[in-house]
Design a protein around this ligand. Structure first.
Ligand code: ZN
Ligand code: ZN
Ligand code: ZN
Ligand code: ZN
Length: 328
């Protein structure tokens, strides 16, 4: 290891990287000691061994601290100086040892962004290897995830972590708010002024004057609270190919695995005609646009919608009734 690191110093690493390589190396040694200690602690052993236990517990008190410090220092080293994102292989470096992520490399016109020297094509294998030895908590720790992952697995886990925050489900604007479900419910109430309803059945009227002028319109979202969960009822006008249509669908405020525990029905009609849709609410992990574009809801052609509206076809007046059901 010593020879390996000296070689790294002269060839690929900048000095501060080496310091942390040594820190990592020394803290790994401590870790090995700590792992041994539980087998040593035994109340029936003689006095000599008691002394050993005390020595070992001293190690236990100090080593996790230095290991955490080393890990966070290495983590800083793994931050790309240009985009500030975590770097993943291939990690590049200039001849002076300044590192750069592979996403930023093509954008710096072969000049090191730190020292302006020519960048060339040098890979920082040492840093890549140090990264491989790191284990870090999921970035959604504050949302409740207790997972700890090897550096190279962390990104994949985080993209699927069930604790990752949800995007705001409001469809009417490009809202960038993210958060857990209770936070988003409060946000929908306070900032989007959505209609909140308690209960699993509903009876809604959607009204629009001049429906022929509306090509893409989104009506106010309604949020239902039932079975201890929250559901969003969407109603939109859009073009399906050349045909103007309306769509109503329900989204579940939670993950897809839980959404499958519910179903819902929607009915629209008038003059003795009726259209019925039975569906499964989609998780708000899927954007409202994705759900709409997959037609996963009650789709009503504009002609029939205006027929259901009665009158002179100048105004859209639809009554949509529905029910949310718990399947399991
Ligand atoms: Zn970068
Ligand atoms: Zn440089
Ligand atoms: Zn996680
Ligand atoms: Zn929002």
């Amino acid at each position: 290891m010593k020879r390996y690191c000296n070689f790294l110093l002269s060839s690929v690493c900048r000095p501060e990287q080496l310091t942390f390589l040594w820190l990592m190396a020394s803290s790994n040694t401590f870790l090995d000691d700590v792992r041994v200690s539980p087998e040593i602690i035994d109340p029936h052993k003689d006095e000599d061994n008691v002394e050993v236990i005390e020595t070992m517990s001293d190690h236990i008190q100090h080593s996790p601290k230095s290991n955490v410090a080393a890990a966070s220092n290495v983590r800083e080293l793994l931050e790309c100086p240009v985009c500030l994102n975590a770097m993943y292989p291939p990690i590049h470096q200039c001849s002076n040892g300044h590192t750069l992520c592979s996403g930023c490399k093509p954008r710096v016109h072969n000049r090191c962004p730190t020292c302006r020297h020519e960048l060339g094509n040098i890979r920082c294998l040492a840093l890549e290897k140090v990264a491989a030895s790191l284990e870090l908590p999921c970035k959604y720790q504050s949302f409740g995830c207790l997972g700890i992952y090897p550096y190279y697995c962390k990104l994949k886990h985080e993209s699927l972590c069930v604790y990752r925050p949800y995007n705001c489900p409001y469809a009417g604007s490009e809202c960038t708010i993210v958060g857990d479900i209770p936070y988003l419910v409060t946000h929908l109430k306070d900032d989007h002024k959505v209609d909140m309803h308690n209960g699993s059945t509903f009876n809604h009227r959607y009204v629009k004057s001049n429906p022929h002028e509306v090509e893409n319109a989104t009506w106010m979202l309604t949020v239902f609270s039932c079975f201890g969960q929250y559901f969003c009822l969407h109603f939109e006008a859009f073009q399906l190919g050349m045909a103007p249509v309306y769509i109503a669908f329900l989204r579940f405020m939670g993950d897809d695995s839980e959404a499958k525990n519910y179903s819902y029905t929607l009915e629209v009609g008038a003059n003795g005609r009726k259209m019925v849709w039975q569906g499964v609410p989609r998780s708000i992990r899927d954007s409202h646009r994705k759900v709409r574009d997959s037609y996963d809801g009650l789709v009503i052609q504009r002609n029939i919608a205006l027929f259901f509206s009665g009158g002179d076809r100048k105004e859209l007046k639809l009554r949509v009734t529905g029910r949310i059901l718990k399947e399991r």
